[in-house]
Write a protein that binds this ligand. Structure first.
Ligand code: C2E
Ligand code: MG
Ligand code: MG
Length: 636
């Protein structure tokens, strides 16, 4: 009897099973499918041994019984094949309904294969002296191999077709496992007394276990809590089944431990982790260095549990309960306000960064409002990314009229985005998001390149224009390389810097004054001029203008408007005009819409006027047409 190799296989699998069961596990679908494969393989190898014994003693136990057991072993082989297929389906399709229909067809095939294996004959192949059965063959074996082949082909086809959906490590492990099976059965076919298929199957299971299904890979080593990978897979399962759950995020920033002595900290931290691990009906995950996620499947109890956990924290830690740790809490009663794990994690990050209320209080309950706000911001972010990638950033130009020269002498470049429906989106919708995400750096550069391209293609002087004003965001002003990048662009487009006037705002200098001044100095040395935008909206500190090397001050629309509406504002603006002129600076008045407003500004001695009275911001071609119509071509 050659059963030694099979027995080794059984021992190997039992050892694996022992380790598997001893570990802390989480109910992941893939692990259930793995257990399916494990049991199918173990049953198969046990039946392999059993059938060899029964055949050996067939004269005692009866011939039909021996054949029945031998055929049952063949059917368990089919069981391994279908469990392998189920394992691959579960991994590729998170929703049962996406694969169940397909899988059912193979389950029927399995039943047909099993009936077929029992129904057709099975023969023995004897050793030369005719005393020992070496192996079985005949129609029953061919049915088993034929049906298994269908399963294997389906598995390889699925792995190839759904390559993008299957985790590459899982793909590799499943392939190793199946190839081990196929190679072993080929060897056994050629060397019939080497009964190694069952053993190869158990080696394959070990590969699967070590590479993928070791529950330890779901644990965080330092705390013993489940890790972020487990959080991802587990919550994704809930979303796939459209089941709601609640989470409580506990954030231990360093200031959470304000009252805890440094040397006591580690001990207290472990005490807290111990407490989280033992919480009943709660799964605790460590998501980031300072962030723990508690997941409640039974939502109806979540609110009370959250209260209890928070009150435990209030009662203190350590021997004398004198160490008070005050984490920040984010509570999401209904995780189904989002639809997948990526969005759930994004939501948590978003609230941590964006929600003012979260900073001010230590507890924040995430409601639908926050989710809607996040969604809108994500949409805007996507809009900007799309526009940058697909060249849908456009620059509009709004003419600026000189009261002394009595024609358009400059224009302000204003960014626009064209969305997928070809609609123009104004900067009010996306500038804040672009600044927060840092994408304003790229957006600003694109605008500046387009302006330089415009100046190169349409020499300004032929229209009697002197320069174009380009807005700089606070974020750009605080960017160390801004000056060099802009100088490089001007060089690349062969644009004389005298045609460029950059608009900065008061808030830019409160943010990073040193960097801003460094950038301004370099650019001015190169020949660029500057304006101060938005005057009249912030503090509008006149001392500030003294400090800033600007040539022009731009009065914001709100300031010019209040001049016409509010008696006192009149005096403020007149005083400001007086002082700015005293400093030898020019003024641009924005938001002038009527002839009367224009006349008043001219009478006040303001040198430049910008507003709908002359024109709204225009796309490049319309702006050229506007200039051609309204300006006498210089030198023409
Ligand atoms: P801003 O730099 O103060 O630009 C003037 C804004 O006032 C423009 O709005 C312009 O269309 C509007 N405006 C001008 N005259 C009138 C008028 O008579 N009536 C009314 N109702 N509005 C008038 P826009 O284009 O929507 O831009 C808004 C703001 O977005 C700009 O204010 C600027 O802060 C920012 N922005 C625009 N383009 C850029 C850019 O390329 N980069 C950066 N960083 N910011 C930009
Ligand atoms: Mg501006
Ligand atoms: Mg302005």
């Amino acid at each position: 009897m050659h059963i030694q190799i099979q027995c080794c296989g059984v021992v190997l699998m039992l050892v694996l099973f022992y380790f598997y069961m001893r570990q802390k596990r989480i109910a992941l679908e893939s692990q259930k499918a793995f257990l399916g494969v494990f049991w199918a393989s173990l049953i198969c190898i046990v039946f392999d041994i059993f059938s060899i014994i029964v055949i050996e003693y067939r004269h005692v136990l009866s011939e039909p019984f021996a054949k029945f057991v031998a055929k049952t072993y063949l059917i368990t082989l089919l069981g391994v094949a279908i469990s392998a297929l189920a394992y691959v389906y579960v991994d590729i399709y998170p929703k049962k309904k996406d694969y169940w229909h397909d899988f059912r067809k193979y389950a029927v095939l399995w039943v047909i294969g099993a009936i077929g294996t029992y129904a057709v004959p099975l023969y023995y192949n004897y050793s030369a002296d005719g005393t020992e059965v070496l192996y079985t063959y005949g129609p029953s074996v061919y049915v088993t191999y034929g049906v298994s082949l269908v399963f294997f082909v389906r598995i390889f086809y699925l792995i190839k077709k759904e390559k993008a959906k299957i985790n590459p490590r899982r793909r590799e492990a499943v392939c190793i496992w199946l190839v081990a099976w196929i190679v072993a059965s080929q060897i056994q076919f050629m060397y019939t007394n080497l009964l190694i298929v069952g053993y190869a199957g158990s080696i394959g299971i070990m590969v699967l276990y070590l590479k993928l299904e070791n529950p330890e890979t779901n644990l965080d080593r330092s705390t013993g809590l489940f890790n972020s990978g487990a959080l991802y897979q587990y919550t994704q399962q809930f979303f796939a089944r459209e089941r709601d759950f609640s989470i409580l995020v506990v954030i231990f920033e360093s200031n959470a431990y304000q009252n805890v002595h440094l040397e006591k900290r580690e001990g207290i931290r472990m005490e807290i982790i111990e407490y989280l691990l033992k919480l009943p009906h709660v799964l605790a995950f460590k998501n980031a260095e300072d962030e723990y996620v508690l997941l409640f499947e039974a939502q109806e109890n979540a609110g009370a549990a959250v209260e209890e956990i928070r009150s435990r924290f209030r009662s203190g830690w350590g021997m004398n309960r004198d160490s008070i740790v005050r984490p920040h809490w984010l509570y999401l009663p209904h995780a189904n306000v989002v639809d997948q794990t990526e969005n759930l994690l994004y939501l948590v990050r978003y609230i941590r960064q964006e929600e003012r209320e979260f900073f001010e209080n230590d507890f924040f309950c995430i409601g639908k409002d926050s989710v809607d706000k996040m969604r809108r911001e994500r949409e805007v972010e996507q809009l900007i990314i799309d526009a940058i990638e697909n060249d849908r950033v456009e620059v509009f130009y709004q003419p600026i009229f000189s009261t002394s020269e009595q024609h358009i002498t400059s224009a302000e470049a204003l960014v626009r985005i064209r969305d997928r429906e070809d609609k123009i989106v104004p900067p009010g919708v996306f500038i804040d998001t672009a600044e927060e995400s840092g994408m304003i750096l790229k957006l600003g550069e694109i605008v500046f390149e387009k302006v330089c391209g415009f100046i190169r293609n349409h020499p300004l002087e032929q229209f009697g224009m002197h320069y174009i004003e380009v807005n700089l965001s606070v974020v750009q002003c605080a960017y160390e390389n801004l000056a060099q990048d802009y100088i490089n662009i001007m060089k690349r487009y062969d644009v004389d810097p005298k045609y460029i006037n950059l608009e900065i705002t008061e808030s830019a200098s409160t943010n990073a004054k040193k960097t801003l001044l460094g950038n301004m100095e370099k650019l001015m040395e190169y020949g660029v001029h500057f304006s101060l935008d938005d005057f009249g909206t912030g503090q509008s500190n006149l001392n500030y203008i003294v400090d800033m090397p600007v040539d022009i001050v731009k009065f914001d629309r709100s300031m010019t408007n209040s001049y016409f509406e509010n008696g006192k504002a009149k005096y403020v603006m007149e005083a400001a005009i007086h002082m700015i002129h005293g400093m030898n600076l020019e003024i641009v008045s924005e938001g002038i819409e009527t002839k009367e407003q224009y006349q008043t500004m001219e009478d006040l001695g303001i040198s430049h006027i910008q507003g709908y009275y002359f024109s709204k911001p225009l796309p490049e071609d319309e702006f050229i047409a506007f200039l051609e119509k309204n300006q006498t071509r210089q030198g023409a």
